[in-house]
Design a protein around this ligand. Structure first.
Ligand code: ATP
Ligand code: MG
Length: 403
């Protein structure tokens, strides 16, 4: 009989569609966590945490919240985390913040103490339950209310901040940051978003620039991805063939999202077939499922980029682009492809033999699948959509290309 208990557990262990909330399954990210912890101790400083889609930003702040709450005395720190939505305005964002701030009852200043027992929750009360009904969310009122909380540290994490649009007044938000930084150093904001550009995230407020520390969340290193797999395997009490593990790591291309997806499918098929050990065959099955799960736009874009009336090498060049090493911002140069092109084509293959392909792949005609920056010999390329890189890695894997 198939182990239904293990399949149930699998849903909790490898969760490609959901950020992590269980510290026991959290892998790597030691430096980024340390940087955030340091930030919470630096007076008047706030964090801007940015990184590409799916690199693990939400998971990181989830675990940071758990660790911070555990490392301070229970009554001396409050950490609130909320997600922003495109339709939220300034007031709605702060309403959510006040909802998420759970204040230990004993910390309320006497005159502000609410008289509403229903709002009490495990010895804490949501801030939203104790403010006056006619409370107006102005920058001044917000700062005053937050600073009145008698806590040593108040950390507020704004996830998905880059989703906010025109309805949200960035200038008012910057006023809050400025005010808090000047007079209430124990209050910390951590702003999480995809954009590399801080100006995009918080607007043009040069005066608060020096209060903001940028923390880049890079793609995960292979050792970190390997740790995700081994922690999951331990929990599931499954074994994995080293070659199968290495394939999942390489295919993931730095994205924990793909590690979770491939490990999930590989374990699913192994458990369904009552096997205690994941093998290469399971990873191939998982890769096939991951390709099938890929978005239609990705598949169409790949087709457009490799369109051919006659034999050409666009597909092979894209395989090499997806498999080569990149810098920390995912860029590569034409020469980075030589070794892999030589393996794929099974004969020496040099830059002049595919330079034209690279240029064309950055044109509209081939769907601008690559972005090109720089001039002449300094040209660098990357995939316009980072998900494309992994999609092509999966195709190359299924085509039997080994590098
Ligand atoms: N350090 C980690 N250890 C284990 N799994 C992780 C880690 N970081 C992220 N993951 C997993 O990777 C996937 C993506 O993570 P997460 O949702 O946190 O990324 P994100 O950057 O917030 O994505 P988005 O940009 O879409 O909001 C999830 O399945 C999550 O469980
Ligand atoms: Mg997220």
């Amino acid at each position: 009989m198939v182990d239904a208990h293990k399949l149930d557990l699998l849903e909790k262990v490898f969760t490609p569609a959901a950020p992590l909330e269980d510290q026991a399954l959290f892998a790597g990210r030691i430096e980024q966590l340390a940087e955030l912890m340091l930030l919470t101790r630096q007076k008047g400083m706030h964090g801007i945490l940015y990184g590409e889609r799916g690199v693990g930003k939400t998971s990181l702040v989830n675990i940071f919240k758990i660790i911070t709450e555990a490392s301070f005395d229970k009554n001396s720190v409050i950490v609130a985390k909320l997600s922003c939505y495109s339709e939220d305005n300034f007031e709605e964002v702060w309403q959510k913040v006040f909802q998420e701030i759970k204040v230990p009852n004993r910390l309320f200043a006497g005159e502000e103490r609410g008289d509403r027992p229903a709002a009490r929750l495990d010895g804490t009360t949501r801030l939203s339950a104790v403010i006056k009904d006619d409370f107006v969310y102005t920058s001044k009122n917000i700062v005053r209310t937050l600073s009145n909380l008698k806590t040593e540290k108040l950390v507020i994490i704004f996830d998905e901040f880059d989703r906010l649009e025109e309805r949200f007044d960035k200038k008012l938000f910057a006023d809050v940051i400025k005010n808090v930084s000047d007079s209430h150093g124990h209050i910390k904001f951590i702003i999480v978003g995809v954009s590399e550009d801080v100006t995009n995230l918080i607007g043009e407020h040069t005066s608060i620039r020096r209060n903001l520390k940028e923390v880049h969340i890079p793609l995960m290193r292979n050792v970190e991805l390997k740790e995700i797999i081994s922690k999951g395997m331990d929990k599931l009490q499954l074994d994995i063939d080293p070659e199968a593990e290495a394939s999942i790591v390489t295919l993931s291309g730095g994205y924990p999202y793909y590690t979770h997806m491939l490990a999930y499918y590989a374990c699913y098929t192994a458990i369904s077939n009552k096997k205690p050990r994941i093998e290469m065959g399971d990873v191939h099955w998982a890769a096939q499922k991951a390709i099938a799960d890929s978005k239609e736009v990705i598949r169409q874009a790949f087709q457009l980029a490799t369109l051919a009336n006659q034999r050409n090498n666009y597909k092979e060049v894209l395989y090499a682009c997806a498999l080569c090493n990149t810098d920390e911002h995912n860029y590569f140069q034409a020469s980075d492809l030589e070794r892999i092109m030589t393996v794929i084509m099974e004969r020496p293959f040099k830059v002049p033999q595919y330079a034209r392909h690279l240029s064309n792949l950055s044109t509209l005609e081939r769907g601008s699948i690559l972005v090109c920056i720089g001039e002449n010999r300094k040209k660098r390329y990357k995939f316009r959509d980072p998900l494309m890189r992994t999609y092509i890695r999966l195709l190359a894997f299924q085509a039997g290309i080994k590098i």
